[in-house]
Design a protein around this ligand. Structure first.
Ligand SMILES: *[C@@H]1O[C@H](CO)[C@@H](O)[C@H](O)[C@H]1NC(C)=O
Ligand SMILES: *[C@@H]1O[C@H](CO)[C@@H](O)[C@H](O)[C@H]1NC(C)=O
Ligand SMILES: *[C@@H]1O[C@H](CO)[C@@H](O)[C@H](O)[C@H]1NC(C)=O
Ligand SMILES: *[C@@H]1O[C@H](CO)[C@@H](O)[C@H](O)[C@H]1NC(C)=O
Length: 379
């Protein structure tokens, strides 16, 4: 075995200057800093720690090397750990309340982004999920994943899916109680993920099936090739690439080598605008190497037979990360089986699109599928 990353994950690309928060049209929004204390079963990093790109690139090479080379896994045996963090979140609700404004979508972004993935200031009529949700009358709670944006920073050799699932669980429970909303207790809570956020949402409902009323998993599937994805980023140590912006991240945080590594994994020719790709690259957030590796199904339980709510999986036809470039025929299973208790399971292939759904030219097409699905299920 090697530093294997096996099956896979998702992630994505962008973020903007820290204090430019877009206020979606028709919305009233409130920012929160939420203290959480979580316990999770984590895998300690036993792989190499690098100080420069020479060391990191050797890790990348070894990760993609044939198993017969016998390289060790980078994670040791799990241990239970408890820690406290601050999570930066935003809650938006329609200015004019309506039938659906008490349905709260709890949105978790993927690797490469922060919470602005859902609330992009770039041509918001075309690329802003929150604004679209507000237009359809729904409320959205979205947050910076642990380690990025304004949430607490942690080492890139420690941050991993198990911690993020515990954080998501804590946030979901608080939102359910009406904490951190301006509308009191929601009538319905819907988990919405993109990529790493979808892995986290799936892992959460596998563990705590009663926690949400519906689950929307975007940029998600289990037919990716982790080695190709890691190589596809042409990744570099983040703090060496942008010393000013990324100095708060240790060397375990990595990022796309350039805009083409970003395009390779997140966009598809013919379904993106070059200026959007450039924006995505300019505003990207680094991700933890241990987050990426912790997505391997070797480490996660995703089977969610006791989750009863409707479940939509929506991914781009040409998603490189989770379908190795082509989703038809490989998106539906094994997820349909994992969600066999779901009242309405649907897998949907968004035509022509790559992994970064919110930055595809037809992003609003994906949004319409999501909200039509909720409507159909009376949520
Ligand atoms: C962001 O905040 C800093 C410090 O408060 C300020 O100097 C800067 O002008 C702000 N940037 C924008 C784009 O508002
Ligand atoms: C972590 O705690 C859980 C719950 O108490 C327990 O089931 C599990 O075995 C523990 N894991 C380890 C590695 O000690
Ligand atoms: C969270 O933020 C509060 C207020 O700024 C601060 O006192 C506390 O130390 C922070 N906690 C963590 C874990 O960073
Ligand atoms: C945009 O997406 C919607 C929903 O998948 C689809 O029906 C429509 O055909 C797409 N439009 C284009 C131009 O691909």
């Amino acid at each position: 075995m090697r530093y294997l990353i096996l099956a896979f994950f998702g992630l994505a690309a962008a973020w903007s200057t820290p204090n430019v928060t877009y206020l979606p049209k028709g919305a009233t929004c409130h920012d929160y800093t939420i203290p959480v204390t979580v316990t999770s079963e984590n895998k300690p990093w036993v792989g190499p720690r690098w100080t420069d790109n020479y060391g990191f690139i050797d890790f990348v090479t070894v990760s993609s090397t044939r198993q017969s080379a016998g390289s060790p896994l980078p994670f040791g045996n799990p241990i239970n750990q408890t820690a406290s963090y601050n999570i930066s979140a935003t809650f938006c609700t329609p200015i004019a309340p309506g039938k659906h404004s008490k349905t709260v979508l709890l949105a978790m972004h993927g690797l490469g982004f922060d919470k602005s993935y859902w609330n992009s200031p770039y041509e918001p009529d075309n690329y802003n999920f929150v604004q679209y949700a507000i237009k359809r009358g729904y409320s959205v709670f979205f947050f910076d994943r642990l380690g990025v944006g304004s949430s607490t920073k942690v080492s890139g050799y420690k941050n991993q899916l198990s911690i993020q699932v515990a954080v998501l669980s804590s946030l979901a429970k608080s939102v359910r109680q009406g904490l951190y909303t301006t509308i009191g207790k929601p009538a319905y809570l819907v988990l919405v993920g993109h990529s790493f956020g979808s892995f986290s949402s799936n892992a959460l409902v596998a563990r705590e099936p009663g926690i949400a009323d519906a689950t929307i998993l975007t940029g998600y599937g289990l037919a990716g090739n982790a080695q190709l994805t890691l190589e596809g980023f042409a990744p570099r140590v983040a703090r060496l690439q942008r010393p000013r912006a990324y100095s708060v991240f240790d060397s375990g945080y990595v990022t796309t080598g350039d805009v083409f590594g970003n395009i390779h994994n997140f966009f598809k020719m013919g379904a993106y605008d070059r200026a959007v790709a450039a924006f995505s690259e300019a505003t990207k957030q680094p991700f933890a190497i241990s987050e990426l590796i912790s997505l391997s199904p070797v480490y996660q339980r995703l089977d969610a037979p006791n989750f009863k709510g409707p479940t939509l999986v929506l991914s781009g036809e040409y998603d490189f990360i989770i379908c190795q470039g082509y989703c038809p025929g490989v998106l539906d299973q094994p997820l349909r089986t994992y969600f066999r208790g779901s009242s309405d399971f649907e897998s949907y292939i968004q035509p022509k699109t790559g992994h970064g759904l919110n930055f595809a030219t037809n992003a609003t097409g994906s949004y319409s599928v999501i909200f039509d699905f909720l409507l159909k299920n009376n949520i």
